[in-house]
Design a protein around this ligand. Structure first.
Ligand SMILES: O=C(O)c1ccccc1NCC(=O)[C@H](O)[C@H](O)COP(=O)(O)O
Length: 267
């Protein structure tokens, strides 16, 4: 069983447990109280001039183990906001990434950036949950879903006014993302979810098959300003960066460095 299959299996169990505790009908009743997204538009944040950074809150991962301990969500996301992040990605998966929906709620209360719920979404329940918790966007991983599931979850997310980042790893998954849901925002993940190797070339290879007008996000393994400059040059709209920022003693400075901006202290 691959790591992705293992995570999906755990997620399905977790969703069954949560939905017994709080039935979906109870969650749906809370939808009317949710705030509007007009003040935190996710898609627009990715297409503003220059390359946009989606800065990720990620305590741990299957490939890296523990990444950062001790810092609060508030400390991290406010540093990201000061450092010029266009949006946040909050990992809410518990068993493998040590995240939770409480992290997303804390991020939302602490700063004004649009928020992607980064999780392994395989069930409508998680989409309703995301909307109630205050997410502006969700991730759908093509490799984790069959075509019917992808279509149903994508439609449901849009019905609840959530943007969707559709993640692909190869040509076939990209074709599925385009043919099945005509995805507006395509995430090319440079990390192989079977052996964890990271190769940024993957973005360049798949980019050639992405139709004009789509928003492209390059995900994983980005550590240097030069990588962002190269990706911007070929038309990538945004990057998703986790480890590089989470491991830094100053996530704000690390982000300013990636964006090629001097901090106020230095000018
Ligand atoms: O990061 C992992 O080890 C991982 C393993 C299995 C499935 C997903 C995984 N990561 C999710 C991500 O896509 C990354 O957190 C995200 O792209 C940021 O990557 P990085 O900047 O390399 O932390």
């Amino acid at each position: 069983m691959s790591v992705l299959e293992r995570i999906v299996e755990t997620t399905q169990k977790e969703v069954r447990r949560r939905s017994k505790k709080v039935p979906v009908a109870d969650l749906e009743r809370l939808l009317s109280e949710r705030r509007h997204h007009d003040d935190r538009p996710f898609s627009e944040a990715l297409t503003r001039p220059g390359i946009s950074v989606i800065a990720e809150h990620k305590r741990a991962s299957p490939s890296a183990g523990t990444i950062r301990e001790g810092a609060t969500v508030e400390e991290i996301v406010t540093a990201y906001e000061r450092g010029g992040a266009a949006a946040l990605s909050i990992l809410t998966e518990g068993p493998h990434f040590q995240g939770s929906l409480d992290d997303l709620k804390a991020a939302q209360a602490a700063c004004g950036l649009p928020i992607l719920r980064k999780d392994f979404i395989v069930d409508r329940y998680q989409i309703v949950e995301s909307a109630v918790a205050g997410a502006d966007a969700i991730l759908l991983i093509v490799a984790a879903l069959d075509e019917k599931e992808l279509e149903a979850l994508y439609t449901e997310a849009y019905a609840l006014d959530l943007a969707v980042l559709v993640e692909v790893h190869d040509e076939e998954e990209l074709r599925t993302a385009l043919e099945v849901v005509d995805a507006d925002i395509i995430g090319i993940n440079n990390r192989n979810l079977i052996d964890f190797t990271v190769d940024v070339e993957r973005t360049y290879e798949l980019l050639a098959d992405v139709p004009t007008g789509k928003t492209v996000v390059s995900e994983s393994g980005l550590h240097h300003r030069e990588q962002l400059e190269d990706l911007e040059r070929v038309g990538v709209d945004a990057v998703l960066v986790g480890e590089r920022l989470m491991r830094s003693p100053s996530p704000e400075q690390a982000l300013l460095d990636l964006l090629g901006e001097a901090s106020d202290d230095l000018v």
